[in-house]
Design a protein around this ligand. Sequence first.
Ligand SMILES: Cc1ncc(COP(=O)(O)O)c(C=O)c1O
Length: 441
Amino acid sequence: MTGQQNMLKMMSLKHLLVISLALNVGLISRVMEVSREEKHVKKVKDDAGSKTVSYSSFLPTSTAAPAAQDDGSIINLDHGDPTMYERYWQQMGDRTTVVISGWQLISYFSDVRNICWFLESAFANAIVRLHKQVGNAVTEGRHIVVGTGSTQLYQAVLYALCPENASEPMSVVSAAPFYSSYPLMTDFLKSGLYKWAGDAYKFSKDEPYIELVTSPNNPDGASRVAVVNRKQGILVHDLAYYWPQYTPISFPADHDIMLFTFSKSTGHAGTRLGWALVKDEEVAKRMTKYIELNTIGVSKDSQIRAAKILNHVADSIEHGPESKRSDNFFEFGYNLMALRWAQLRAAVHRSDLFSLPSFPSGTCRFSSHHFKPQPAFAWLKCERDIEDCEGFLRRHKILTRGGKHFGVGPEYVRISMMARDEIFDRFTDRLSMINLESHHR
Ligand SMILES: Cc1ncc(COP(=O)(O)O)c(C=O)c1O
């Protein structure tokens, strides 16, 4: 071997050593990070279990026992079906059971003196009571309009805000990524009154418009404010997720039109109820008119059931943040979401193919917890060379909703965080096993 060859060999050995050292340092720091995340999952579980009042009975049974073996079946996290709340309501047993006799609630009418004449007063009272306790929305000086889900109220509000004699349909915008149903609901019936005009950041027309402000946002969980900010704009605030299990409540929302839903507050999506808090009397009247023509009111049976459930939630937090009641509904939701987000972040770290948004911490004026938002959806980004994240996860039998439905690129997917425990556990287990090796196989 010549001296030059010897030199080369020495250099490549040195390089190899440096590279392997770098790889090891990377590996060690990743292992440490993963173990930090896993410790965090354990801490969240311990914290929930060791409170003065034990919430441990509300933690998923699957966290106490080892997770069930992944049988490789399809995991569907495409829809935001809030079944994670089922366990809490099962544990409440008959405390929210409602019995309605055959002769009751027969009439179309609830209160003919009210603008929204099909609004049950028990439901309206429960809504006001809960908002006052949680401090997430101003109810004074507002009309309440009930809808068959916030979905019906969305259509009612578009109808209410558009002049009947305008020469052009009114533009409806929302900042991307926006809730995937907005464009579909807006253009479904090809209305002459309004039309979907896409991403609010790109809206440049000098004409009247409606901007939907969803905060916390579906799909990415961000706290939002209006982005267009022009004189001719009307804002509709969709506050479906402005509840203390998902985000710190920083102030009582005080907007002209605010939409809430029973689906994401207590988990009762099947009851199909939502409510709008509306400042302007004319807007409330026109929304009511829409619902009158669309469905001649809203199920009274549902409203009575919802009143019972909302009052239970209000009772469970009656003594404010210091409430030591073990059935504190928001404490249940807060702990469960904290656990799930810790679990998901640990899985994402372990896999190394994905990333998640990070959020600033805040102190919740309702619960006094200082925490980072723990949204109802995870907005996951595929890293490396994965271009179609939805397709990639589908190959691993995980069904999600891809970025293009929300007005952005296919490298993103929305994943529901609200499934039943065993489905969510199976999902995080499977996600953590997807790595670079399995990706290139
Ligand atoms: C932001 C937002 N608004 C409205 C809705 C519709 O809620 P509802 O079940 O009351 O129709 C949803 C449901 O996912 C949502 O995420």
